[in-house]
Ligand binder design. Sequence first.
Ligand code: AMP
Length: 215
Amino acid sequence: MRIVLVGPPGAGKGTQATVLAETLSIPHISTGDLFRANISQGTELGRRAKAFMDAGDLVPDEITIGMAKDRMEQADAAGGFLLDGFPRNVSQAEALDEMLKTAGMNLDAVLDLEVEEDEVVKRLAGRRTCRKDSSHIFHVAYRPSKVEGICDIDGGELYVREDQTEDAVRNRLEVYHTQTEPIIDYYKAQGLVSTIPALGEVKDVTQRAMDALKK
Ligand code: AMP
């Protein structure tokens, strides 16, 4: 299956993407994770992306689209993938359509994780990410680690991501409304969108997403 996961920052996209990709045995492709990996490896791409990310702005398309395409063309993604955080604007969605069309492929579903704005801010403020592996995500209230500040899975240090400070969060929400939300209408026109209420327990949200995919 080829799936796109959309939703505002704080909707739990990363958490859901990890579980769904594992359940469906397809790679989880997160452009945010790819950028962070480039930053920690000190690559030129990472250096170019960092300032945009720290401010909560989108990294320019000419950097993002090529990086996403390279990842989707790797062998493990030949049978399908779950995209988390890409596309994030209409021109990226168009580029993805073009890329898939050239390969004779299409998207199967777009899952739109829906959550109230107040809830988003509350969620993001408490979020803690593992320095060793950014897919290890905890929350001071909803998913506390056993030892404060330490990842349960690999003992890595937990930290507040630079783009999750209050100012950056506000900016990311604004960017989401103005640039990313329009892709939902773009995909609705293709009949691909399922709206998933993202409130409640992680496993309940996963179940709703799986139910939508079966339809
Ligand atoms: P995420 O981990 O998905 O929240 O992404 C973190 C940051 O990476 C975003 O706030 C953007 O600065 C950047 N980013 C991730 N994906 C994209 C994308 N598709 N287009 C532009 N910027 C992106």
